[in-house]
Design a protein around this ligand. Structure first.
Ligand SMILES: [Zn+2]
Length: 152
């Protein structure tokens, strides 16, 4: 605890700095099937059964036609790398990661964002990548992982 002075008003302010852990509890509802898929290593997107629009992340209604006639479908485990970048300045949640590559992959009519497991210099747009889901040790959230496919 310390007493400091507000830079704008000059009035004394009390500073108490401490770390705290937040546990989010969210109702899954419509997304239960999506999260069950992730637990099994499958990534699901949704398709509007009325106009054919596809969405990832899944949404419960179609923003193209307003329909709620939405169905999940499983994405292929191979997609095409659209773009990528190396992250050197990390958000706090990833501060203990070494520098990493994030990419956008197009698959079955939708685009995914995920980690790219590769050397930056080995990547180029339009290469085929495998798509998988994992959880880093100690993390409670899933990551989508892309890996360049071996070429002949
Ligand atoms: Zn629609």
């Amino acid at each position: 605890m310390s007493i400091e002075y507000d830079g704008r008003t000059g009035k004394p302010i009390y500073i108490d700095e401490r770390e705290f852990k937040v546990r989010y509890r969210s109702s899954l509802g419509f997304l239960e099937e999506y999260f069950r898929g992730l637990e099994e290593g499958r990534i699901l997107a949704v398709r509007c059964m009325d106009c054919g629009a596809r969405y990832y992340p899944p949404r419960s209604f179609c923003i193209e036609c307003g329909s709620r006639n939405i169905r999940f479908y499983q994405l292929s485990d191979v997609g095409k790398l659209v773009t990528y970048t190396e992250i050197n300045v990390k958000p706090q949640t990833h501060s203990d990661y070494t520098d990493y590559i994030v990419g956008v992959v197009e698959v079955d009519g939708v685009k995914l964002v995920g980690h790219v497991n590769a050397k930056f210099e080995d990547l180029k747009p339009d290469i085929d990548v495998s798509i998988s889901v994992d959880r880093r040790d100690g993390d409670t959230y899933y990551r989508i992982i892309f890996k360049p496919l071996e070429r002949d």
